[in-house]
Design a protein around this ligand. Structure first.
Ligand code: FAD
Ligand code: FMN
Ligand code: SF4
Length: 445
């Protein structure tokens, strides 16, 4: 009837207007190309072109949709914010060079957020988006020796852009693996892994002197005789003292990260039961060099050094994602926080998605409560109305709060004419701030 009425083509999306709960701009709870079945159904009954949009984020999927005649045209939204060269790279077969959208909703949340200063187009993984005129990757006329400290997204992006512009770049990372906090972010939220893979491949393929397993002390950096030092050493995790936090079933966020890094000390694990220590050996030490977030996820499905019920004390995005991840592995998870709101550092669209995930996974959220004491069988809390209760838990994770840590930045003063601090070491700002800071510095040096 619509074709007879004059419709020339159909564009199959998830709704007419985006609200926080629509199916237009979607996160990773919607599978790749989630509108394709709808498009295919329409294509079967009409003889005009059918277009499809929505989480078709890689050229292979797009090609398959066309080859299988599920649609006549594939339409892209966020992929082109994440990489303005996406079509050219696809045409040239440079698939690994495509910086994929991670469906983090930073771009759409930027439109919702006010005041107007924040209401600009931007992208977490591509700091050129909305800043095309200022963030230009023009070749430098004065090549400098640049030392970037920290192999997280901030340090890797700074190294990448500085190297593209023709600077001589050294990237120093104290762990034997790149990624920083983005590695953990990629374990618990798999779409983040696209960005980790992109940055890792770029850093490895550009002329960058990559020094893994090297702690950047003042002496190490001075020896490199840099003109520019870019410090991207990440946040420090502040863990509030809580009565009972020394019990054997309690982990901190820092310990959880150490398990997946090179930092599992025998002292830190001595108090754990043998079966938990055995599990940690799977992930820790030298084995961590071979771990990818995908492998950690796969191993976690077989073994986790945590009990069946887990209480997470904390409310930031990392705590929420860890809760979802553990719940997806079949654990009974509770979030306990003295804050009124979860994940305050993300925008409304992304937060709505996480609230839906928590509902779907039946994660129990106790917000705005006082955390009184961790006990052998759980955590004693008091609600804002004064009611005291124990939330049962076989394991407890104190997520802690990422806070600024400029100690390395301060120790680098005077070593080079230009010293900059970027990313989370100046305060938590997620992937978006790490890449934005990195791009700004690397485009101006
Ligand atoms: C579980 C979890 C989930 C998250 N989920 C998300 C998410 O979904 N979306 C999002 O946007 N953000 C997320 N984040 C936050 C995000 O990962 C960080 O904001 C981001 O990685 C910060 O980047 P950075 O480069 O500033 O620091 P980091 O990623 O912390 O990297 C710092 C690096 O510096 C290295 N380093 C420190 N000191 C030295 C030294 N002296 N010498 C050499 N190297 C040194 C460290 O080993 C580390 O590799 C999450 C974080 C966690 C922990
Ligand atoms: C920042 C932003 C702004 C958008 N604005 C519009 C719009 O004005 N009209 C529209 O039909 N869709 C809009 N969309 C939705 C996209 O067209 C697309 O349907 C959606 O992002 C899903 O596709 P993708 O996964 O390729 O991004 C917008 C999306 C984003 C991220
Ligand atoms: S901000 Fe996030 S969702 Fe938006 S285009 Fe960039 S990576 Fe994709």
């Amino acid at each position: 009837m619509l074709v007879e009425a004059g419709v020339d083509a159909f564009h199959v999306s998830g709704g007419g207007i985006d609200t926080y709960v629509s199916q237009v701009v979607c996160g990773d709870e919607f599978q790749t190309g989630y509108n394709t079945a709808g498009a295919e159904a329409i294509k079967r009954v009409v003889d005009v072109p059918v277009m499809v949009v929505g989480r078709v984020h890689d050229p292979h999927t797009a090609e398959r949709i066309l080859a299988d005649q599920q649609a006549d045209l594939v339409v892209f939204g966020r992929p082109f914010l994440a990489d303005e060269d996406w079509p050219n790279k696809a045409r040239e077969g440079r698939f690994d060079d495509i910086r994929r959208c991670i469906s983090c909703e930073t771009c759409i949340d930027a439109l919702y957020l006010r005041p107007p200063a924040l209401n600009e187009m931007n992208c977490a993984v591509n700091a050129r988006t909305g800043r095309e005129l200022t963030n230009q990757l023009t070749p430098t006329e004065h090549p400098k020796k640049v030392v970037a400290i920290g192999g997280g997204p901030g340090g890797m992006e700074a190294a990448r852009v500085a190297a593209i512009r023709g600077h001589e770049v050294v990237l120093v990372e104290k762990n034997r693996r790149l990624g920083g906090a983005l590695f953990f972010a990629s374990v618990v939220h798999s779409d983040n892994e696209h960005f980790l893979e992109f940055l890792t491949k770029q850093v490895q393929s550009l002329p960058i002197d990559l020094r893994l397993g090297t702690e950047a002390t003042a002496d190490v950096v001075r020896a490199a005789e840099p003109d520019v030092v870019i410090v991207a050493t990440g946040a420090q995790i502040a863990t509030p003292p809580i009565a009972g936090d020394d019990l054997p079933h309690v982990f901190t966020g820092t310990q959880m990260r150490a398990m997946l890094a090179d930092e599992v000390s025998p002292a830190a694990t001595a108090r754990l039961p043998w079966w938990q220590r055995a599990g940690l050996r799977l992930f820790g030490g030298a084995a961590q060099r071979h771990l990818t977030p995908g492998r950690v996820r796969a191993l976690s499905r077989k073994y986790l050094p945590l009990g069946n019920s887990v209480a997470i004390i904390g409310a930031d995005l990392a705590a929420v994602e860890v809760a979802e991840f553990l719940a997806s592995l079949g654990r009974k998870v509770s979030i306990l926080t003295d804050q009124a709101r979860l994940a305050p550092e993300i925008g409304p669209k992304r937060r709505t998605e996480h609230m839906d995930h928590l509902d779907d996974y039946k994660v129990v959220v106790n917000s705005h409560v006082r955390i009184d004491e961790i006990q052998k069988d759980g955590v004693r809390i008091t609600s804002s109305s004064g009611h005291s209760s124990v939330v049962e838990a076989e394991s407890v994770i104190i997520a802690g709060e990422p806070v600024a840590n400029e100690s390395v930045f301060e120790s680098m003063q005077g070593i080079a004419p230009e010293v900059y601090a970027i990313g989370d070491c100046t305060g938590l700002g997620l992937i978006r701030k790490a890449t934005a800071d990195a791009m700004e510095v690397a485009c101006t040096i």
